[in-house]
Design a protein around this ligand. Sequence first.
Ligand code: 7TS
Length: 406
Amino acid sequence: MSFDLAAIRAQFPILSQQVNGKPLVYLDNGATTQKPNVVIDAICDYYRHDNANVHRGAHALSDRATAKFEGARESVRRFINAGHREEIIWTKGTTEGINLVAFSWGRDNLRQGDRVLVSTMEHHANIVPWQLLAGQTGCELVPMPVDDRGQIDLAALDDLLDERVKLVSVVHVSNALGTVNPVEAIIEKAHAVGAKVLIDGAQAVAHWPLDVQALDCDFYSFSAHKMYGPTGMGALYGKRELLQAMPPFMGGGEMIETVSFAGTTYNALPYKFEPGTPNIAGAIGMGAAVEFLESFDRKALAEHEADVLNYAVERAHQYEGLRLIGEADHRAGVLSFLLDGGHPADVGMLLDQQGIAVRTGNHCAMPIMQRYGITGTVRASFALYNGRDDVDALFAGLDKVKTFLL
Ligand code: 7TS
């Protein structure tokens, strides 16, 4: 293994603690990842030394804050290989990015009779905004079916794709199942009928390098906190010509060029979509998270993560009384399961007593739970600091859980 796990873990101060008298085994990375010292320090340094409002240009601190804030935008641009810095809109996370597209692009472009396709495995963040929009515009939200293994049925997608479909909005990696969707194929198919494509990348960006130009998606929304950055921060990528044509999503300071009671003209990209004082420390923290990820050989990192997940899947297959939910050929980061005779909430609580943090419930993805006829699962989700030892700890924990369930 080319991966020095002890050295990596040492960069995450939160991991070296005891929970309920046991060493913490943190397997809730799908909800949020922990933060390395470089990210924590970048945020603290900003507040200690540079704090000022950005883009005001009136004094040295404001200039420094602006340089760091815009430097972070450039880091995020490089991280996803966007062609232009104006294509990176700061948001407070994946959810806001999707809402921005729905209520700016969607309200402007969708009419009665138009269709938005999503998959059945979407997070609520990629369902509810479209339902709200459907209520306002008369467009229709149509779910793409998912097969028993937890994969989008591409033949069914072909049947659904016609000129009524104006947008396909699909998750890159499912937070509930771990499925990695074939977004390249989906984008190509959608474009062939003239539809735009939005990718929910919340669970994908931490795992392997992303190239939005090669992917040719129209929008890509993601959160800092799922890639070792701070909460309440994220970015939306959009193709420049689309963003230019879109109306503002929210009004306020900074997003304008001139304001008078006769009318207002708007600022250039990306500021048109960034009214008000932004989350400056959050952007700087997100930039630091990008640099943290870039400090690794990303291929080796992806191999390490795949090794840990494959090991977990192997152990799960051999584990009596465990049923995996989601058995896609291509998956990342997530092991979702049920244990015979154990309600997920009870299993989660009994694991927590042993210092093992997992998430239980519907994972904000109720439609895919309904698809499987269940109400929730136990979900262990992995990050770069997890190893096979954490998987062993999980299964040793489950052995103990079973003794309580008898
Ligand atoms: N999309 C996916 C696929 C997600 O997993 C999440 C958060 C979101 C969107 C929303 O991201 P946010 O940063 O705007 O909140 N998923 C989870 C989860 O699985 N457990 O807690 C949050």
